[in-house]
Design a protein around this ligand. Sequence first.
Ligand code: PHE
Length: 449
Amino acid sequence: MQNDRGQFSSRLGFVVAAAGSAVGLGNIWGFPTNVASNGGAAFVLVYLVLAFCLAYPALMAELTIGRHTRSNIVTALQAIADTPRVRRFGWLAGYCGVVTASLILSFYALIAGWVMAHCFAHLLQWLGFTVLAAWLSEDSLSRNLAAALTFLVLTVAVVSAGVHRGIEIWSERLMPALLLLLVSLIAYVLLQDNAAEGLSVYLVPDFSRVTDPELILSALGQSFFSLSLGVGTMLIYSSYLSHEENLPLLGAQVTLVDTGIAFLAGLLMIPAMFIAQKQGVAIYNGDQLAAGPDLIFRILPGLFESMGNGGQLIATAFFALLAIAALTSSISMLEVPVSLIVENSPLRRKSASWLTGLVIYCVTALITVFFDQLFGLAVTLTTVYSEPLMGIVLCVFAGWVWNRNSLLRELQQGSPEIARGLFWKLWPGYVRFVCPVLIFAAFAQSLLS
Ligand code: PHE
């Protein structure tokens, strides 16, 4: 079975795929949105601290468990359990992760569908196909269902091609395109008048806000979602990694790329808002900066449209950037249920991928039709409850359940010199005590508020 599982062909392949999973709508949409609604640079500061001090250690728990057990999250948690009761709990928690990943994918596909539709709408507008462009850019049930379906078909096509030929190769193609588009758009935006005002909102923190509990909580949720934690995605990706690789180093690289791209996305979006304001687009709702869909689908297109016909091409590039980021994340979400099915049933990867994709599309369609009742519920259930709680479970499994010697031996594979470093001294205790307590404190605080 080992050989059937597939493997990343190189260290770079893993880093690009894991970074591709991490970099998604969470970075390019969620992060700037959070910055805008949580007081600008203060949020950026807290986010960076939490990403490295809390999300990175939790990521390491997933990566170590995944590479050691070489299996999907359900089998993995059962494998490191030491008693039948813990094994049953591991089974349950594993399924909770799989359901969470699938549910995230079902609402993610809807948003990614909007993004793709806007991408083609701007392109068609530029080419003069105005009727089709109008249908694609206006909110309608038929457009939403068709766009989400297209996005899910792309996701399934990549996952069904396998770890190396699908996930790795496509991440390696798409991630450089993403970076190139992002950097070009930033260069363009920063050259416009009025960018400086946005830059100062983004980069000069108001230190009185950094202790605001709501801000800290949003930053914690954002950092977990952004690193794809708590649903078994990073766990399954590292299970395809060779034992020769240095895990703490690869984890740090993925965290750096993820936070770096979130930071760059803010550098694009926040100044872009202030340029849009100069051109007559309203960017405040009350005294808050606009955020969410309003920012993405109204303010930015408003800015692009004011640039004349060339603006349509820039808008196309912007939405292509978002769609690419969404695709490299969605394939990693789909890999969670698909790997579980492939490893525990006679179904092959191809059938498992299409079947899971079909089930997920049915949920997406339900969320689309009953949007007001279901969308917020799905987002809250997964990102507010499930991801932090599963984050705690994974840290507890790594820190308490798993035999400590076996954990340390796993860490030493690929990095024999690790015993002399800081990571070795700090991380095992950190993942045992600090991570679960802090995540729980933040979670409890979010429930109480
Ligand atoms: N990290 C992705 C993003 O930032 C979202 C994601 C969550 C991906 C959970 C996989 C699993 O958009």
